[in-house]
Ligand binder design. Structure first.
Ligand code: PGA
Length: 251
């Protein structure tokens, strides 16, 4: 059985003190919950201190990106070892905002997955189409290309240890959620693609999250779909009530 995973992507929000306040509140609020895996991904600057607070709790810690090299003259970048050192165990890779504003490609996604896994970080690999691509009926074609190139040459052990997030670009931060049917259609496509490329066993164990304007009021319907195993949450992860509300409504 796939365990539900709810991950919060804080993006470029929250200073260290704001992060600690939210994390302390979340920790208290979620102390008794043990049915859902919960991960939060604060900005780099807050990782280490948030990690200290989360230590021994039921909330995991992730980062929002990494560089694929181990170290070197790459001003502004952060390596997998540094994230590990700061206490992260997950890392988001290939978010559409990174692809759009920072020119990330499926090739860099591929290198980042390998770098993350070399330090035992669990990648949350994002795929998804733009509105234009959806309107041109190219959704599955776009997602397939992202999977094919992003997961290129990865062995089964590597697929087993990653999470995929389907995030239609037109649903991110727009308040416009994909309908459960629209989301399920792509989730099913992704699962079948993994099955065809790898195996039934790997595809049935793979966690595929949905992302794009997830909130307490729409999580239930989304999670009710057979191939939706959780959510990557942006805006609604920035407040205790909305993030905890999503987790509560999963059950
Ligand atoms: P959103 O963001 O929930 O604010 O739409 C999701 C994401 O970008 O991961």
């Amino acid at each position: 059985m796939r365990r539900t995973l709810i991950a919060g992507n804080w993006k470029m929000y929250k200073t260290i003190s704001e992060a600690l306040e939210l994390v302390n509140n979340l920790k208290r609020e979620l102390v008794d919950q043990d049915t859902v895996d919960v991960v939060i991904c604060p900005p780099y600057t807050a990782l280490s201190e948030v990690s200290d607070i989360l230590n021994g709790s039921n909330i995991g810690l992730g980062a929002q990106d990494l560089h694929w090299e181990e170290q070197g003259a790459f001003t502004g970048e952060i390596s997998a070892a540094m994230l590990k050192d700061a206490g992260a165990t997950f890392v988001i890779i290939g978010h559409s905002e990174r692809r759009k504003y920072f020119f990330e490609t499926d090739q860099s996604v591929n290198k980042k997955i390998i770098a993350a896994q070399s330090k035992n970080l669990t990648p949350i690999v994002c795929v998804g189409e733009t509105l234009e691509e959806r309107e041109e009926n190219r959704t599955t074609q776009v997602v397939e290309k992202q999977l094919k190139q992003g997961l290129k040459n990865l062995n089964p052990e590597s697929i087993e240890k990653l999470v995929i997030a389907y995030e239609p670009v037109w649903a991110i931060g727009t308040g416009r959620t994909a309908t459960p049917g629209q989301a399920e259609e792509v989730h099913e496509f992704i699962r079948n693609w993994i099955k065809a490329e790898y195996s039934e066993e790997l595809s049935s164990g793979l966690r595929i999250l949905y992302g794009g304007s997830v909130k307490p009021s729409n999580i239930k319907e989304l999670i009710g779909q057979p191939d939706i195993d959780g959510a990557l949450v942006g805006g609604a992860s920035l407040e205790k009530d909305s993030f905890a509300g999503i987790i509560r409504n999963v059950k």
